[in-house]
Design a protein around this ligand. Structure first.
Ligand SMILES: [Zn+2]
Length: 400
């Protein structure tokens, strides 16, 4: 979910700040006990089997991850399923954890298995599990909540107050196995290949943003075409956007945005002359919809200036720090609607994502660029961090 400098090309982005606001919790303590996973601890208390698995572990409070082969295979609790991971996606969040920046140091428990985007096959189910069976190919919503607070009980579980995220607050999916509550499991449609099923999490972010904003027959500006911004281009096109404009400062990603369906892709580092062009080309003297995917203050300002009066802005990009922003000109006098977007709606966004994927209308081949075996994780992270790759996958496979 994080898009940041090498990922988007934009400066001053810290998608990970999203998690700064969340409570810091550790496995198996405090409110984490609300969740049903029996053995999320690296010590794997209660696991009597000597069976072990491979995993990428945040082994120390510093840069890097450690590849281990002796992590105990977790046992599912009564309402959990255990999944044998097939493929996992490296997210901007994982990059922050790898680099151990300020956010990661304040949030990530040392010893945790990282990773939260994956597809796999269920290989064990708890005794109280009723809907999921062994052998099913599944992904999972990475935001876990008890389902008991006001928000979860009123259809807004994606912003529940007791949310934990696997690979961040508890053991994640860069491993042969992950244990997930049954309620978080998403059976994958047979027509969706593993390569794309592993990207449900970020693709869901893009779908959530596009669908909340509403783009059908509208002119749209996507500011910031990192992983999720690029996904938003193909999603907005599939959802019937009339014209899609994009901005970024990375020429490679701008040309990919054009290939995916943007009518124009402007390099924002070369000035804001393009705003006049957009105003000329759009009947409302500005785009109907702004999808802000960068978190860069300059992009936010430019994006709102290119938005027409009465337009609609959906903000997913996270600024690294407090932003100096002209509320008067950009929001109040403009009379626009501003939406904050977090995660994916459970499970509306997942159904929409599946519908779009199976429609054949999404073009993801150029976005999911690389795949490395789990033990080549260093190369995989390097490819992602350098910007050479866009969405980089780990092929976890059968293990061994
Ligand atoms: Zn992610």
């Amino acid at each position: 979910m994080i898009r940041d400098t090498p990922v988007t090309g934009w400066p001053e982005n810290a998608r990970g700040r999203r998690f700064l606001q969340g409570p810091r919790r550790f496995w198996g303590v405090g409110k984490g006990a609300l969740l049903t996973t029996a053995s999320p601890s690296p010590a794997s208390a209660g696991v009597s089997s000597a069976a072990t698995m491979r995993a990428l572990v945040k082994h120390h409070a510093g840069e890097g991850l450690q590849y281990v082969t002796d992590r105990p295979i977790p046992a599912p609790g009564p309402r959990d399923v255990r999944i044998r991971v097939t493929k996992a996606g490296i997210c901007g969040t994982d990059r922050h954890i790898w680099q151990w920046d300020e956010w990661a140091a304040g949030r990530i428990p040392v010893g945790i298995i990282t990773g939260h985007e994956f597809v796999g096959v269920v290989d064990a189910v708890g005794e109280a599990v009723t809907k999921i069976e062994r052998g099913q190919r599944v992904s999972a919503e990475g935001h876990l909540c008890s389902g008991t607070d006001y928000l979860a009980r009123t259809g807004q579980a994606h912003i529940a107050s007791d949310t934990q995220i696997f690979g961040i607050d508890r053991d994640g999916c860069f491993a042969d196995h992950i244990v997930v509550p049954e309620d978080n499991v998403w059976p994958v449609h047979p027509d969706v290949p593993d390569k794309f099923a592993a990207t449900f999490d970020p693709l869901g972010n893009a779908v959530h943003t596009v669908m909340e904003a509403g783009v059908s027959a509208k002119t749209v500006l996507i500011s910031g075409v990192g992983i999720i911004g690029l996904m938003a281009v193909t999603v907005a096109k599939a959802a019937g956007a009339a014209r899609i404009y994009c901005t970024d400062i990375d020429p490679k990603r701008l040309s990919l945005a054009r290939k995916l369906g943007a009518c124009e892709a402007f390099n924002a580092s070369e000035g804001d002359h393009w705003i006049k062009q957009i105003r000329r080309e759009t009947p409302g003297q500005g785009v109907d919809v702004l999808l802000e995917m960068s978190g860069a203050p300059m992009a936010m300002d430019q994006g709102f200036r290119a938005l027409r009066n009465g337009g609609r802005a959906a903000l997913l990009g996270l600024p690294a720090r407090t932003v100096d922003f002209d509320f008067n000109a950009n929001i109040i006098f403009k009379g626009c609607t501003v939406l904050g977007i977090n995660g994916r709606r459970m499970w509306q966004t997942w159904y929409q994502t599946e519908a779009l994927l199976t429609s054949g209308k999404l073009e993801l081949d150029d976005i999911v660029t690389h795949e490395f075996p789990l033990d080549q994780y260093e190369k995989a992270f390097e490819t992602m961090i350098s910007g050479e790759g866009i969405k980089v996958l780990l092929d976890v496979g059968q293990g061994g």
